[in-house]
Design a protein around this ligand. Structure first.
Ligand SMILES: [Zn+2]
Length: 157
């Protein structure tokens, strides 16, 4: 004989089943009507703009670590086309030190490592400390300028 708790469980199960079917139906509709779906989403965003902003702002304030992780992930992908794991693999291959001067300290105001990339191909060359990144940036990434600077310093110790 079913107990009251069995009934509660069945009601909960059928509610979850109903919600799942509704979600699946909406997912199918969105896949079959991409333009209408976009228009509906846009209309909904306009209608509930303030609530959405308040909800997102609240979530961001309540989850600072996850927000920072997501921002870093987006920044690395948008600017350098790499994931945080790929960044970590590059840094690990450098022994977790600057690829030029080998310091374990990133220096600079932000105390974070600079991701050096080729400005014409966009390819990540390595992870640098801030002073080294400034140095090659100051030389406009030109190896000849840096060789001339070495000669200058050797001749004028
Ligand atoms: Zn360095």
């Amino acid at each position: 004989m079913p107990t009251p708790s069995d009934k509660v469980y069945r009601v909960k199960q059928s509610r979850e089943e109903m919600l799942r079917k509704k979600r699946d139906g909406m997912k199918r509709w969105r896949a079959e009507n991409p333009e209408a779906s976009k228009a509906r989403t846009k209309k909904n965003h306009i209608k509930h703009r303030d609530e959405i902003i308040a909800r997102v702002t609240g979530w961001v304030k309540a989850n600072p670590e996850r927000t920072a992780t997501t921002q870093r992930k987006c920044h690395l992908m948008q600017k350098y086309g790499i994931t945080p794991d790929e960044w970590s693999a590059i840094f690990a291959s450098q022994g977790r030190r600057c690829a030029i001067c080998r310091t374990p300290n990133p220096h600079g105001k932000r105390k974070s490592w600079d991701t050096d990339h080729c400005h014409s191909t966009g390819k990540v060359r390595g992870i640098l400390c801030h002073p080294c990144n400034m140095m090659i940036g100051g030389a406009k990434d030109n190896p000849e300028t840096l060789r001339l600077a070495v000669n200058y310093l050797m001749l004028n110790p």
